[in-house]
Design a protein around this ligand. Structure first.
Ligand SMILES: C[S@@+](CC[C@H](N)C(=O)[O-])C[C@H]1O[C@@H](n2cnc3c(N)ncnc32)[C@H](O)[C@@H]1O
Length: 206
């Protein structure tokens, strides 16, 4: 999703709105310094695990009506998607139980208690652009501006399409917004596509 192939182990990575994904758990095992942040981390592992199962059941129930929106290369079929998602949330829960107070920080974006340049890279997956119907442009801007404050090098956002698989209108708005004129902003192809057309990320360099 983020083209992280050449990432140095010295980076301090912030996973923004990381939810129940296993990125933090898996990257930490590989020696990367990752902090996960999400509003759900105020809840207990037990509460989150219960919700993971319910949410996954709901997503999988809806999938047959949505198959056309996705490409089935990375996941072979809905069953494989379920297996992978289950594996990911279980890895997350195990790590969350062990490292809740250390690497899983409750945050309600856009406000954070992180200090200036606390992280070198921030990664945002499946929050901005995708949910443009729920998160308005002003909130997109506030979240990105806060990430620019707490991130020294780069912010990456994936995907840049909305839930209909169309490029979000906010992508051009961000590219043209004068409040971001001091940053370099580019759109880059990545080697992952599950939502059709969802194979690009936005990179914002501080
Ligand atoms: C679709 S999930 C994406 C999780 C993960 N990044 C991934 O790609 O699998 C969206 C996450 O954003 C979190 N979220 C939404 N709005 C938020 C906010 N304002 N502050 C913190 N977390 C938020 C939700 O709790 C949820 O875990």
């Amino acid at each position: 999703m983020f083209g992280l192939g050449n990432l140095s182990a010295n980076e301090h990575i912030l996973d923004v709105a990381s939810g129940v994904s296993s990125f933090c758990a898996e990257a930490s095992v590989k020696g990367y310094n990752v902090t996960a942040s999400d509003r759900i981390y105020t809840s207990s592992p037990f509460e989150i695990e219960k919700k993971c199962k319910q949410d996954l059941d709901e997503v999988i129930k809806q999938m047959p009506g949505l198959v056309e929106l996705f490409t089935w290369n990375f996941f072979k079929d809905i069953r494989a998607l379920r297996t992978q998602r289950e594996k990911a949330y279980k890895l997350f829960i195990e790590d969350f139980k062990k490292n809740k107070s250390k690497t899983y920080i409750p945050v309600e974006y856009p406000a954070t208690d992180f200090i200036d340049n606390q992280f070198t890279i921030s990664l945002v997956s499946h929050l901005l652009f995708l949910y443009e119907d729920h998160i308005n442009y002003d909130l997109h801007k506030k979240i990105i501006l806060e990430l620019l404050r707490i991130t020294s090098k780069e912010i990456r956002i994936f995907p840049i399409v909305n839930l209909k698989g169309k490029k979000s209108l906010f992508v051009d708005s961000i590219l043209q917004d004068q409040d971001f004129r001091r940053c370099q902003i580019s759109v880059k192809k990545v080697n992952y596509e599950f939502m059709k057309n969802g194979n690009e990320m936005m990179a914002i360099t501080n």
